[in-house]
Design a protein around this ligand. Structure first.
Ligand SMILES: NC(=O)c1ccc[n+]([C@@H]2O[C@H](COP(=O)([O-])OP(=O)(O)OC[C@H]3O[C@@H](n4cnc5c(N)ncnc54)[C@H](OP(=O)(O)O)[C@@H]3O)[C@@H](O)[C@H]2O)c1
Length: 261
């Protein structure tokens, strides 16, 4: 069997959604570049994905929360003779608690990754795709980006940026042959809560989704050239219901849903 010529880049591929994006894209015959800081889980994943498949999987252990990361990543991948057809910009994390009680450095690190690295990576790879007149980009935002979310103030604002940035790019890049889709998951069983430092609330335990169905919904939306998708009907209703509430009420509802019981 011939090797697939298509390449996908998945950021944050060492756990959670990223690992499942890699699995789903491998099943579709993509070669993969996996990027995150922890190399070992990605190498194990690479072995799993290549088993019985004619695909190549490359692992890059990199901290993406650094200025200049978009160009650096593009250079490292281009040097290997690889052109990325599908970018899954997924790496990110949240911080739970009152903003002023968080170490500022941790919040700035989060914004560097969730906002600036995502922007730089999209600029570098989106630019290369637009020059070729083809490509696909999926940006992982969050349902938290649909309203101000006390206890996740900076995180939810970072995801509002991803949501609006991605939806705007969807229109800008469409005539250049590049599809941009924003995936905004609700709470999902990954390492997210462990990293953010939150104990799941009763509401979160009730609505918690599994990672793979969320990934499948995101990839289907990308294939269907959708601008934006909120996976799961409860999450979709929650995001949609914001339209019927003033913002002063939206943030109070979000606050009550995030409180630990
Ligand atoms: N799970 C949820 O409930 C949920 C809901 C909405 C949105 N999201 C979003 O989904 C995305 C993926 O998160 P997840 O839920 O799958 O959580 P996760 O299991 O903690 O995965 C996060 C991924 O990001 C990578 N990452 C973190 N910091 C990094 C850095 N400085 N450089 C490179 N990679 C870094 C992690 O790898 P290393 O630690 O190895 O670097 C890991 O692979 C995030 O953008 C998150 O905000 C999650």
């Amino acid at each position: 069997m011939e090797k697939s010529p298509k390449w996908a880049l998945v950021t944050g591929a060492s756990s959670g959604f990223g690992a499942d994006f890699a699995r789903a894209l491998a099943e579709q015959g993509y070669n993969l570049v996996l990027v995150a800081r922890r190399v070992e889980p990605m190498e194990e994943l690479a072995r799993e994905l290549q088993q019985g498949r004619q695909i190549s999987v490359k692992v890059l252990g990199m901290d993406l929360a650094r200025p200049g990361i978009g160009i650096e990543l593009l250079r490292r991948i281009t040097e290997e003779g690889i052109a990325i057809d599908t970018l899954i910009s997924n790496a990110g994390f949240g911080l739970f608690g009152d903003f002023i009680d968080q170490p500022l450095a941790r919040t700035l690190d989060m914004l560097q990754l969730n906002v600036l690295a995502l922007t730089e990576i999209t600029h570098a790879f989106g630019g290369a795709m637009a020059r070729r007149g083809a490509g696909r980009i999926l940006l992982v935002a969050s349902i938290g980006g649909y309203q101000a979310t006390p206890t996740y103030a900076a995180y939810s604002a970072s995801k509002s940026y991803v949501l609006l940035f991605g939806e705007a790019l969807h229109e800008e890049l469409k005539p250049r042959g590049v599809t941009v889709t924003v995936l905004s998951p609700g709470i999902t069983a990954t390492e997210f809560l462990k990293v953010s430092g939150q104990k799941a609330t009763r509401y979160q335990r009730l609505v918690m989704m599994r990672s793979r169905p969320v990934v499948n919904i995101g990839l289907r939306a990308l294939a269907n050239k959708r601008a934006s998708i909120v996976p799961g009907w409860i999450n979709a209703v929650t995001a949609f219901s914001n339209r019927f509430m003033p913002r002063s009420v939206q943030r109070k509802v979000a606050f009550s849903l995030m409180r630990n019981d």
